[in-house]
Ligand binder design. Sequence first.
Ligand code: ZN
Ligand code: ZN
Length: 419
Amino acid sequence: MNTLIFYRDWIACPSCDRLHIRPRLLPGHVALCKSCGTRLTGRCMYGTALPLALCLTALVGWIIAMTLPFIAIGFGGQHQTISLPSAVIILTQHNMLPLAIFTGLLLIAAPLISILLLIYLLFFLYHKTKPPFYRFMLKAFSRIRFWDMTDVYLISIIVVLVKAMHMADIQLLHGFWAFCIQVFFIRFSFLVIPVRDMWQRLSRPGLNPAPLPGKRAIATGLVPCHTCTRIHKTGQKRCTRCASPLHNRIPQSINRTFALTITAFILYIPANLYPIMITENLGTTIYSTIIGGVILLWETKAYAVASIVFFASVFIPLAKLLALLYLTGSVYFRKKNYPNDLTKIYKITEFIGKWSMVDVFVVATLAAMIQMGSLATIQPGIAATAFAAMVVITLFAAETFDPRLLWDSTPQGKNNEQS
Ligand SMILES: [Zn+2]
Ligand SMILES: [Zn+2]
């Protein structure tokens, strides 16, 4: 029975729900789930000092990237430089508010808030004290860092350079290189300090029920917190560590994922049929669709960039939508085989989602750069909004899908419950 005992701690795999005893790890080691190989926990090799230094460097990089010019454009005798914040202002002034909001939130606000939250948490951890309001700060960090898409933007800049090469002289300036430093250092600190492990550092395990490791949490009347991993008895409404609502499975997971996937599918059609970018160059207007842009890049022998745009804008969104349909279908029709393979498909789907934003950032950057009045202008087409909405809805669809459903009622899941 579920008697309460003192024990180190249990951890349930977020992908398959299998219970493990939380191991005591050596620095640099990670613990993987025995059933599906998902990373359960890890121990940072570098302590707190290095991640804190990385975050402070990323903050300096962010400040320089926002204040110094990012790109210089020379076109028809006109020259101008733009910084990232001025690009957002240009988009707002030219009635491209959705793109301005997207760019401002995903490339400026989300990275800054993530860096500041991480510095705050690491500063207190470095001084071996518990940060005030750490529950709120850590939950905010785990949500907001998901929306930091600065790494995707670096790929977009390569595409912009190739696309605008024939139209204008483009030079990357100090602001861009500072931006690269910010992206590199913040990604590295995310890598060495995963959020789930920070919960462990900040809050010691309390009294824990005593299930047998190897069983699944749901089979032993336990429910793990989705945010901080602490395990509770089923029936507990909120997590005793982070106050997040507790559910055995994400409520209405399949219905919500299916509805969001179908919505994204509908948006995929106008995103591909209508022009994503409208270029006016010396009196000529060119409407380019996503696939038209790929063909143009291919014809100008920019094969690598054409392939990147094709994969990011055509292949990945479609593959992701089909994968989500397949996964929801597998759970709905209680497909009893291969939960391990399906979990891998889900993890890939989750990982590749944001890379589809490449083309949206390309259009936003070109539209901010090329506003030369009667000489040349670039405007986003209706497909840009449809495409951006599709990517965001697909990201939500992947988040509402609960991969543990893939293991419920499968022979593999049952075996774990019996072992
Ligand atoms: Zn697992
Ligand atoms: Zn929690």
